[in-house]
Design a binder for this molecule. Sequence first.
Ligand SMILES: [Zn+2]
Ligand SMILES: [Zn+2]
Length: 272
Amino acid sequence: MSIKWDGHTHTRFCYHGSSAPQEEYLDQAIKLGFERYTISEHPPLPQGWIGNAALFEELAMPEAELPLYFAYVKQMQEQYSGRIEITSGLELDYLPGRLDYTERLLDRWQTELEDVVYSVHYLPGKEGMRCIDFTADDFREGLLSYYGTMENVVEEYYNHVEAAIERAGQLPVRTRLGHINLIEKFQQALPPIDEGQIRRRLENMIPKLAQAGIGIDVNAAGLRVATCGKPYAPEWFIKQCRQQGIACIYGSDAHKPEHVGTGWDWYEAFTL
Ligand SMILES: [Zn+2]
Ligand SMILES: [Zn+2]
């Protein structure tokens, strides 16, 4: 059995999460028997990245806080030394048209980074960039109306994921692709997504992941979302990835302490 590892978690540096002290997350992880814990906060975004100013404020920390974040992680590593291994990470965004922004962050902070979760959260849509995971109403208004059909939105989403894989493969840090099926977050509140389309796109991605040498974030957060009800990666896909030697790392995507380790039982049951 491999190490018990929660590879995707957030902190009080996330303004759509919780302000709970880090100890609550880490004590929960220790209580559940985790041996390794990756802190992978959302990094800053380019100013004005999305049009909705109030939402922008919530998406990510301002640039000035990034040094404080890395200092915070370091402090936790010292405080918990010998009890749980904490790795220092970021959930980097694939920013279409602004890859330079992420490059600059990486240049500056690469030496502090042990883990990158590389995620697609944004697609071009009505009036500029839109979040794919904000609310079902926002999805309908900003993306579904823009692309016309779910099939078109889903196709564009996976096109972005494929481009993200290629980019992620070039990063000089241990990297995994974040929640590959995040596009299903509001599936029960939106027109249905064709299962065949998902299968076709994911199957095509397996060789690309293998070639890029990156892993996947087996993200269980979808289990906690009423309109999703399942993890953001199908079991058949995870099994096939494992057969190809692609690292499949469990991630709770905890945005509050009680999220830590949720869905681990599901993950453990079918990966054993
Ligand atoms: Zn978040
Ligand atoms: Zn994410």
